[in-house]
Ligand binder design. Structure first.
Ligand code: ADP
Ligand code: MG
Length: 703
């Protein structure tokens, strides 16, 4: 009776799903087929296999069941405060049950003085335990229930869905209906060899047990199996894309290292490259010379010198008659890249241009012409570079700076810019731990600059509170007297933007008072300023016309002012750890001793304390990233959430690090043995992979 196509039936055909519910299932849960519904996984299970005693309730009790009788009830309070309070007792004590609405219906129910199983989360109020809006279960009904109730699955739902009757319980009922269909067959995705060697349960058993576990142990194994699938197929997909890219996508061959590179290296490079920079350039050279398209992630802590490394690769492109572009996430950062690179290339007979949303029409026209006829060698700018009207003559290399938001698909968009895909170098300063990098950028090769330029003194980090402000001011004056410059950064989050701006402006007045003109010059920059004004203020600081730059986090993204030696972070307790680290990386770029001062209030939450302690303890970006991951989980790492690359249903790439590593190795081995997955035992995997890749726009480009 089992039917292999049954699982792809549209959800409308499930008993209990009318057009309205189908609509909600589509829109709210992205559930279109039976398969989608089966993979709509519960976020948690409630253990209904145990009955608790009232005397055992304590502040750790989560959702629990107790069995007993109502001994009294009354309606108390007026209007909005009106509620029904019932006393519920077992042999060991009494607890209050509280309802705020549907009082008439509840009163009918609790008037029955029979035995109930009460289910809910106890909280303490006025020294008494109570459960608000408990579920009242008839013990008789429970034993007769067709649905096994020992672990109740809880599903995410929404207000809209609830209004149409699709609460967690209704969803679980639909799934139960579906799982009871005799035609249902859940095809296995993994070959027996893997299932046996890893000791996994079948996908079918996993699906049944994730929704309706027959035991705690099977629930655990179901979770493991589903995590395994999710991570394994992610890796398989990434590696497969990488394989196809390297086989099918031809790249430009940069086989010369010529005059531009050599002249620059010998005559213009202002310093000796670090060993790590040299190694990375070699890695990249091998890539771009291979005839395959390069897709490489360049990771290096703030200040490790990624820009110059990228510039040298652009010179190799030029030596081979190709154009390059460099894209940065903000206008200020792009401008700074433009100025630095123009300065470095002075006298090299190369044309470098800058393009952003605010480039004036006439100038834009001139640049676009230069790009098309091949006069422009390097184009630097913001996202404006990937717009469709930007057409290159021969784009050979794309460098993307400080971007976590560039997934496979966005990269694919760049490829359309020419018939042959340009080489892509993505630079990031967020030190992503290896497992995370492997998962997020599994289709990229990885180069790491793990060394800072020589002569850098480790930044000294101190934590001060308001009581030490005078000390801070004295210190700042001494640094300025020694010719140095200072960043002061204030937090800014959207939700409290107004107040945050007030804080910044208040701080500005305070600093003007402590650092009066004309002896001192203080600049202020924030997101609400017009971008011309913002740029002008930034430029004043970059030129050393002002000694102190007060700003919200706009400077986070990478401006380079080697003469700045002090980074003061106000309300540092409100910043995330990786943000703090990025900010600190703005100083310590020259040869002078640099400092990072973390200002905070006296009272700190536990997490804030741990973040600040980590900052004071270490300047190692990888240690910081690991601490950050532990404190926050991966979803919060800056930019990763938006990337859409973290959308795992059940796996957690931090906690499940071991499974990530294991599945990565396994996927590699599988593809090495059978790159096209054409062996009979690998066909189920191939089918599943094809299913996954079907929806990818990227796929259309290469298949
Ligand atoms: P990031 O990797 O954070 O983007 P940058 O490329 O902005 O770092 O480089 C930081 C600073 O270090 C710049 O002022 C740059 O000129 C300088 N720099 C880069 N490489 C070296 C080196 N090998 N020796 C000395 N200074 C260097
Ligand atoms: Mg940079």
């Amino acid at each position: 009776m089992a039917n292999v196509d049954f699982i792809n039936t549209p959800i409308e055909y499930l008993k209990g799903v009318g057009p309205q519910k189908a609509d909600i299932l589509h829109k709210e849960f992205n559930v279109y087929t039976f398969r989608d519904l089966l993979f709509y996984l519960p976020y948690r299970h409630v253990d209904k296999s145990k009955i608790y005693r009232i005397c055992d309730i304590n502040s750790d009790s989560a959702y629990i069941q107790i069995k007993g009788r109502i001994i009294s009830h009354e309606v108390v309070g007026q209007q909005r405060g009106k509620r029904l309070v019932a006393k519920f007792a077992d042999d060991t004590g009494v607890i209050e049950l509280v309802w705020f609405n549907s009082l008439r219906w509840v009163e009918d129910l609790v008037s029955q003085r029979r035995e109930f199983i009460v289910f809910g989360k106890p909280t303490q109020f006025n020294n008494r335990w109570n459960i608000t809006h408990p579920e009242m279960i008839d013990p008789q009904a429970q034993t007769n229930s067709p649905i096994p109730l020992s672990f109740q699955p809880l599903y995410n739902t929404s207000d809209k869905a609830k209004k149409k009757g699709l609460d967690s319980k209704a969803i679980s009922k639909l799934i139960y209906t579906l799982l009871s269909q005799p035609q249902l067959s859940i095809p296995e995705t993994l070959p027996d060899s893997i299932i046996n060697s890893v000791r996994l349960i079948s996908l079918k058993d996993a699906i049944y047990n994730i929704h309706y576990p027959s035991s705690g142990e099977l629930l655990t194994r179901a979770i493991l199996r589903l995590k395994f699938d999710e991570l394994f197929f992610t890796q398989l997909k990434m590696l497969k894309i990488k394989l196809i890219t390297s086989q099918k996508i031809k790249g430009y061959r940069f086989d010369k290292v010529g005059d531009y590179f050599n002249t620059f290296y010998k005559e213009h490079l202002p310093f000796e490259l670090t060993g790590a920079q040299k190694r990375v350039i070699k890695e990249i050279r091998a890539d771009v010379g291979s005839g395959r398209q390069m897709n490489r992630l360049l990771q290096g802590d703030v200040g490790s010198g990624k820009t110059i490394t990228a510039l040298l690769v652009m010179l190799i492109a030029k030596d081979n008659d190709y154009q390059s572009c460099l894209m940065a996430p903000t206008e200020i950062l792009a401008t700074q890249h433009y100025e630095n690179i123009s300065r470095l290339l002075a006298g090299m007979n190369m044309r470098v241009e800058f393009l952003s949303g605010s480039t004036k029409t006439a100038k834009r026209k001139e640049i676009l012409e230069g790009l098309q006829n091949g006069d422009v060698d390097i184009l630097i700018g913001t996202h404006a570079l990937i717009e469709d009207n930007v057409i290159f003559n021969k784009l050979g290399l794309v460098v993307i700076d400080e971007q976590h938001r560039f997934g496979v698909e966005q990269r694919a968009k760049l490829w359309r810019k020419s018939s042959t895909a340009p080489h892509v170098l993505v630079m990031t300063a967020t030190p992503i731990p290896r497992t995370l990098a492997m998962t997020l950028y599994g289709d990229l090769d990885l180069s790491i600059i793990n060394e800072l330029p020589k002569g850098r003194k480790p930044i000294i980090t101190r934590h001060l509170t308001e009581r030490n402000r005078l000390q801070l001011i004295g210190f700042m004056r001494r640094e300025i007297a020694a010719g140095r410059q200072i960043f002061v950064v204030y937090p800014l989050i959207e939700e409290s933007e107004k107040m945050d701006l007030q804080n910044l402006m208040h701080g500005y007045e305070m600093f003007l008072h402590d650092f009066p003109r004309p002896q001192y010059q203080v600049s202020v920059v924030h997101g609400r300023m017009k971008s011309e004004d913002k740029d002008a203020e930034m430029q004043r600081f970059i030129r050393n016309d002002t000694q102190i730059l007060l700003s919200t986090t706009v400077i986070e993204v990478g401006i380079d002012v080697p003469n700045a030696t002090v980074m003061v972070i106000e309300n540092s307790e409100r910043f995330g750890l990786s943000q703090l680290h990025q900010l600190r990386g703005r100083v310590g770029r020259g040869g002078e001793q640099s400092y990072c001062i973390l200002m905070s209030g006296d009272k700190l939450s536990n997490d804030s304390k741990l973040r600040i302690e980590a900052m004071v303890r270490t300047t190692d970006g990888f240690e910081i990233a690991n601490t950050d991951l532990k404190l926050r989980g991966p979803g919060d790492i800056q930019g990763l959430r938006q990337s859409g690359m973290m959308d795992f249903k059940i796996a957690d790439i931090v906690k499940d690090e071991k499974i990530v590593a294991y599945t990565r190795q396994l996927a590699k081995r599988v593809l090495e043995e059978d790159p096209n997955l054409s062996l009979p035992q690998n066909r189920p995997m191939a089918a599943h992979l094809a299913e996954m890749l079907k929806g990818e726009k990227f796929w259309g480009l290469i298949s």
